[in-house]
Ligand binder design. Structure first.
Ligand code: MSP
Length: 639
């Protein structure tokens, strides 16, 4: 195994037969986030992506548009590059398989393997599916269709084969000896399952008479190279193989080849056996992620359900898109895409939790400390607690990068943000300000700002644009905006006196698009005073519970609102209610009220609300629904 200390991550190179979609965007984004974290860990990092431009698919796409294949590639390759620029992708190189330096390496490898007897010539007769460029045996074909249901053609031709079969036992042994080689584990078992069948040799040629868009075989000008044999080589041709030994040694073997689950065999069977024949070390890990689905079904152009990443970024912003993809997909599993889930996650994690934390820090520091980070006094237990929670998130995030579970790491970061919002509830900086307890207020606000410095550093690789603004706003110096992880592990780096400014709303809430009402339900068709009837099951969706009001205060700048802390069966939660005209804070303290406990959290005038209380209203009067029977403790169901 290599002892290199660098990090090298690759994405599949994408076919230029169509526009990029969310699947392409996901792998590239995953690689970007991983590369950014490794840079943050101080490791020399190389991140490679690019386009796969030869072969039948691309040739056919060009022909169908009536353009020359190279012109077609030049045009479509730009679409990928444009998307990567838009998404803030930080690849170090963009490989195109039509680049001379790549073609040269492929030809040299072919010649070497031919000379070494690893490639041989033979006659082939059998079934061929043009769309997937796959050959099938007699038993695979039923009624002229491949096992995938695609029409196949009978062809007979001369072909060149790579002696893949002779490496079968070696490969099985290698996979068993190197448990991290294929990840996740269940994909390793999938490949081992595939290898239980006898492995054939790999046809690596296509006759020019049938398809000439490829790299010419150096030992037979009537043939071009099979697209996969050409494409896989990009992973080494891009980092100096046969061109610059020092460069190659610096990066190879790759730390991760990130791929989608559908291209597992080419990467875990073809590629390792090719490398073995070339006598080149194997990549450290091939990691296959799941697919993005729409309503549990595959996205397809014909079903019109393909998600266009450009559209989503235009509509909701690049960072929200980046955050959603990384936070939502359980690495390795399939994930369903829906705009509703997108908006919900954004509103809860970013607009709600993070936005709330930022606004509390900024809104207290600007008026009370002349917009400068205050000098803290000694830490009290609750300050220490927050510090521990935030530093634990740094470790969790770091571990999740090594374990390829960044979505889990992000969960811990969000938990640290929640801890910080709870910290505000405990320490009540607004009350400290009212009492004039500036010394304690300074410690609390320093602690919160320092927590935000660390948290924003942890989120930086995922949402770099927003975190650049946020970090600037809390006084992080320009040269530390892009953090290094060691600086995130140390508490107390943010300097008293650093200037805090209020950024424009970083994460404005997104309203969910209203579902279109069927025509007959339109209001104007509804007679006055007719109550719409609902099913009882609809009513039971709302979980009503008894809750005790433990704290109440008015909300600055919102005359009608009260902010309540309520206790529900041992849990504390915050509720914002529009009852200030009817109840003074002292009047509601200690009351046992009824709340809807399973409402999605929302933010009202910058304050988070986790539920709604019930009240009866008549004209200008309002009374809370309460219970005074001591038997009915908090947490009891109402209904
Ligand atoms: N050109 C080959 C790869 C050669 S690598 C040496 C190829 N290209 S592709 O453009 O068809 O697909 C590229 C990647 O996109 C694959 O990893 C595939 O899994 C991924 N995705 C395509 N649709 C996807 C989803 N709906 N969801 C997630 N990823 C999916 O294969």
């Amino acid at each position: 195994m290599s002892d290199k200390d660098s990090f090298y991550v690759t994405t599949p190179i994408y076919y230029v037969n169509d526009k990029p979609h969310i699947g392409h965007a996901y792998t590239t984004l995953l690689a970007d986030v991983l590369a950014r974290y490794h840079r943050l860990l101080g490791e020399p990092t190389f991140f490679l992506t690019g386009t796969d431009e030869h072969g039948q698919k691309v040739d056919q796409a060009a022909a169908s548009r009536g353009v020359d294949p190279q012109a077609h590639c030049d045009e479509f390759c730009e679409r990928f590059k444009e998307l990567w620029t838009k998404l803030g992708i930080t690849n170090d190189f963009f490989v195109r398989t039509t680049q001379e330096k790549h073609k040269k390496v492929v030809q040299e490898i072919l010649q070497e393997l031919w000379d070494a007897g690893e490639i041989y010539r033979d006659e082939y007769e059998g079934w061929y599916d043009v769309s997937s460029e796959t050959f099938y045996t007699e038993k695979d074909v039923v009624d002229g269709l491949s096992p995938e249901g695609k029409p196949v053609e009978r062809i007979r031709e001369t072909a060149y084969y790579f002696k893949m079969s002779k490496y079968q036992d070696w490969l099985i042994q290698y996979i068993n000896d190197n448990p991290n080689f294929i990840q996740p584990d269940f994909r390793k078992n999938e490949t081992l399952g595939f290898l239980r069948q006898p492995l054939g040799d790999l046809c690596i040629s296509r006759p020019k008479s049938r398809m000439s868009w490829g790299i010419e075989l150096p030992f037979d000008a009537d043939f071009v190279c099979y697209v996969w044999f050409d494409a896989l080589v990009n992973y080494i041709s891009s980092v100096g193989y046969r061109r610059d030994d020092a460069e190659f040694k610096k990066w190879w073997p790759a730390s991760y080849h990130l791929i989608g689950k559908d291209i597992l065999t080419t990467h875990t069977v073809y590629w390792p056996t090719m490398l073995k024949a070339m006598n080149v070390e194997l990549p450290q890990t091939i990691f296959a992620h799941g697919w993005w689905l729409m309503e549990n079904a595959k996205m397809s152009k014909s079903d019109g359900n393909v998600v266009n990443p450009m559209d989503l970024c235009d509509k909701y912003g690049v960072d929200s898109f980046r955050y959603f993809l990384i936070a939502e997909m359980n690495l390795g599993q399939d994930s369903n895409f829906s705009e509703d889930a997108f908006i919900e996650r954004y509103n809860t994690d970013l607009a709600g939790n993070l936005g709330n934390m930022l606004s509390r820090v900024v809104k207290m520091i600007i008026p009370h400390f002349d917009g400068q980070i205050p000098t803290p006094g000694g830490l009290q237990a609750e300050d220490e607690e927050l510090k521990i929670a935030v530093l634990a998130a740094v470790n969790a995030m770091e571990q999740s990068i090594y374990d390829m579970k960044m979505n889990k790491g992000l969960e811990q970061v969000i938990n640290a943000i929640k801890a910080c919002n709870r910290y505000f509830e405990q320490t009540k900086p607004w009350a400290l300000a009212k009492e004039g307890n500036k010394e304690r207020l300074a410690t609390v606000m320093y602690t919160a700002a320092e927590a935000l410095r660390i948290i924003s550093g942890l989120l930086f690789p995922v949402i770099p644009e927003k975190m650049t603004v946020l970090r600037g706003a809390i006084g992080v110096p320009a040269n530390e905006i892009s953090p290094d992880l060691s600086g995130l592990k140390i508490w107390g780096i943010i300097k008293p006196g650093a200037v805090v400014t209020a950024p424009d709303s970083l994460f404005p809430r997104i309203d969910k698009p209203k579902p279109k009402q069927p025509k007959q339900q339109k209001k104007k068709n509804k007679p006055e005073n007719v109550v719409e009837l609902i099913e009882i099951s609809d009513f039971f969706k709302a979980k009503l519970k008894v809750a005790a009001v433990t704290e109440a205060e008015s909300v600055e700048g919102a005359d009608r609102l009260l902010k309540l802390q309520v206790e529900v069966g041992g849990d504390l939660r915050q509720i914002v209610a529009g009852i200030a005209e009817y109840y003074a804070p002292a009047d509601i303290l200690g009351k046992r009220i009824v709340i809807v406990s399973n409402l999605k959290p929302t933010t009202i005038r910058g304050v988070e609300s986790h539920g709604m209380l019930l009240a009866a209203k008549k004209g200008k009067k309002l009374t809370l629904i309460t219970t005074d029977d001591p038997e009915f403790k908090t947490g009891v169901d109402v209904g």
